[in-house]
Design a protein around this ligand. Structure first.
Ligand code: SF4
Length: 433
C-alpha cells in the first residue's frame, strides 16, 4: 500500500469508526425502546458491560446520553425542564438532563433509549446512588449498588497477594455473585459462564489497546488530542465494553497510532505546547474549547478524564479467563479504585507524566455541576506546584450548563496562559531562570 493510500485508510479511522459505532449503538437502543425491551442502566465507572451482555440486556449509559445533549446544543432545554419541577441548578447536570429524558419517554437528539429493567451502580460517585433512587421511584425496578473499596490514603493501594487486597476482592466477588442472582430474576435467563468468558476476552483486548493508545501519545508530535479525539475513543471504550466490535476497534486504533508514530504524523501540523487536561470537558462548546488551545499550537497529550471516565481501563488490566468470576471481581476492584484515585489522588500520577509525556503545562478545569471531580482541584493544583515547577491554568465552566460557560472569559484566560508559556520558553532559551 502506498503512503497516501495507507493514510486514507488508516489515519482518522478511529474517529470515523467511533462515530459510526456510536450511531449504530443508538439505532440499537431506539429499536430496543420500540420493542419495549428493558435495559441495564449503568455508569462509566464500573459498568460491568462484560457481565450484563451475558443477560442480553441493552446497555444505557445515562452520563453519555446527557453529555450528548450538551454537544448537540440542546442541554438547556433538558436542564430547564428538570429545574422547573424542582431539581436545583447546583446538582449534577447529567442527572437533570436524564430526568427530563425520562419524562420525554426516552427521547434524545440521537434516538430513543429504552426504560430500565435494572440499574447497576458503583459507589465511585455518590451521585450515582441518588440517581439510581430516582429511577427506582419512577419505574419500581431494582438498582443494585456495588460497594467497591477505595484507596485509604494517597499511594496506599494494595495489590493481589496482600491481605487487605484479598479481603476487598472477596467482598466484591460476593456482591457479584449476588448481582448475578438478581440479573437472573430480572431477565429470566440463566447465567452462562462461557459467554462471560467470551465477553471478558473482548474486554481484555480493549483494555490492552486503550493502555497502549494512551502510552503512544507520549510521541512527539502527539498522535491524537486527548480532549477531542480521546473522548470519541472513550465513548467506544465504555459503550462497547466486552463487545467484539469494541475489541476490533481498539486493535485497529492501536494500528492507526503505531502507523502515525512511524510516519511522524501528529494531531497538529505545528505542535508548540504539550498540555494535560484535568477534569471533565466543557461539552456545551466542546469543539471550540479545544480550538482555543489549538490556535496557539497547544494540544492535549493526556487527560485524567481518560482514566476515571474509562473506569480504570487505562491500566490495561487483563482478566484470567480460567477463573472468570474471581478475576472479574479483581478487575472491577482495581479499575474502579483507580478511577476514584484518578479523581481524588491524581497529583503523583500527574507529576510522573510531566516527564514521560514532556508536558509544558497543566490545565485544571473544575466545573459547577460535578462536585465529585471538581472539589479539591485547587488543592491538587497547589500540591502539584509544590512538587514540580510546571505552569498551570485554572479555568472554571461546566460540562452541561451553557449559562455558566463564557467563551470570551475562557479565551482571555487561555490567551494569557499561552503568553506565559511563550515568555517562559524565551527565558529558558536565554538562560534566565
Ligand atoms: S462524576 Fe460528576 S458528572 Fe458523573 S455522575 Fe458524579 S457528579 Fe455527575
Amino acid at each position: 500500500m502506498g503512503a497516501a493510500a495507507a493514510e486514507d485508510g488508516i489515519v482518522g479511522r478511529g474517529n470515523r469508526e467511533g462515530a459510526r459505532l456510536f450511531r449504530e449503538w443508538f439505532e440499537g437502543l431506539t429499536q430496543a425502546a420500540e420493542q419495549e425491551r428493558g435495559a441495564a442502566y449503568v455508569f462509566v465507572m464500573g459498568s460491568l458491560g462484560e457481565l450484563l451482555r451475558v443477560f442480553d440486556l441493552p446497555l444505557v449509559f445515562p452520563e453519555i446520553n446527557s453529555l450528548q445533549t450538551a454537544v448537540r446544543h440542546v442541554a438547556h432545554e433538558y436542564l430547564n425542564e428538570a429545574e422547573d419541577i424542582g431539581y436545583s441548578p447546583d446538582i449534577c447536570g447529567y442527572v437533570k438532563a436524564d430526568v427530563a429524558t425520562q419524562r420525554r419517554g426516552g427521547v434524545l437528539p440521537m434516538g430513543r433509549i429504552p426504560k430500565p429493567a435494572i440499574a447497576v451502580l458503583t459507589n465511585a460517585c455518590n451521585t450515582y446512588i441518588k440517581w439510581g433512587e430516582i429511577w427506582e421511584r419512577m419505574y419500581g425496578m431494582p438498582a443494585y449498588v456495588l460497594d467497591v473499596p477505595g484507596t485509604r490514603e494517597a499511594g496506599g493501594q494494595t495489590w493481589p497477594g496482600h491481605g487487605d487486597f484479598e479481603r476487598d476482592r472477596r467482598y466484591v466477588a460476593s456482591q457479584l455473585r449476588e448481582l448475578i442472582g438478581v440479573l437472573e430474576n430480572v431477565t429470566g435467563k440463566r447465567f452462562d459462564i462461557d459467554r462471560l468468558r467470551e465477553y471478558m476476552g473482548h474486554a481484555n483486548t480493549m483494555n490492552r489497546g486503550w493502555k497502549r493508545v494512551l502510552e503512544l501519545n507520549a510521541s512527539r508530535p502527539s498522535l491524537f488530542n486527548a480532549l477531542s479525539d480521546g473522548t470519541v475513543y472513550l465513548g467506544v471504550c465504555n459503550g462497547f465494553r466486552g463487545d467484539a466490535k469494541g475489541a476490533k476497534f481498539f486493535d485497529q486504533l492501536v494500528e492507526e497510532m503505531e502507523y502515525k508514530r512511524a510516519h511522524g504524523i501528529g494531531t497538529l501540523t505545528d505542535e508548540q505546547f504539550r498540555l494535560v487536561f484535568v477534569g471533565v470537558p466543557c461539552y456545551p462548546i466542546f469543539r471550540r474549547f479545544t480550538e482555543l488551545f489549538m490556535e496557539h499550537g497547544g494540544t492535549f497529550v493526556h487527560s485524567t478524564y481518560l482514566w476515571f471516565a474509562s473506569g480504570g481501563s487505562n491500566l490495561g488490566f487483563e482478566y484470567d479467563l480460567a477463573d472468570p468470576l474471581d478475576s472479574l471481581a479483581e478487575g472491577l476492584l482495581i479499575g474502579v479504585r483507580d478511577a476514584m484515585d484518578s479523581m481524588f489522588f491524581q497529583t503523583r500520577a500527574l507529576a510522573t507524566m510531566i516527564d514521560e509525556f514532556a508536558v509544558d503545562g497543566i490545565v485544571f478545569h473544575p466545573i459547577k455541576s460535578c462536585r465529585t471531580v471538581s472539589t479539591g482541584l485547587a488543592d491538587h493544583r497547589r500540591a502539584l506546584m509544590e512538587m514540580r515547577d510546571i505552569p498551570s491554568l485554572f479555568i472554571e465552566s461546566d460540562m452541561m450548563d451553557r449559562r455558566v460557560v463564557s467563551e470570551a472569559q475562557l479565551k482571555n484566560r487561555i490567551d494569557a496562559f499561552f503568553e506565559g508559556l511563550h515568555s517562559r520558553r524565551q527565558q529558558a532559551a536565554a538562560g534566565i531562570s
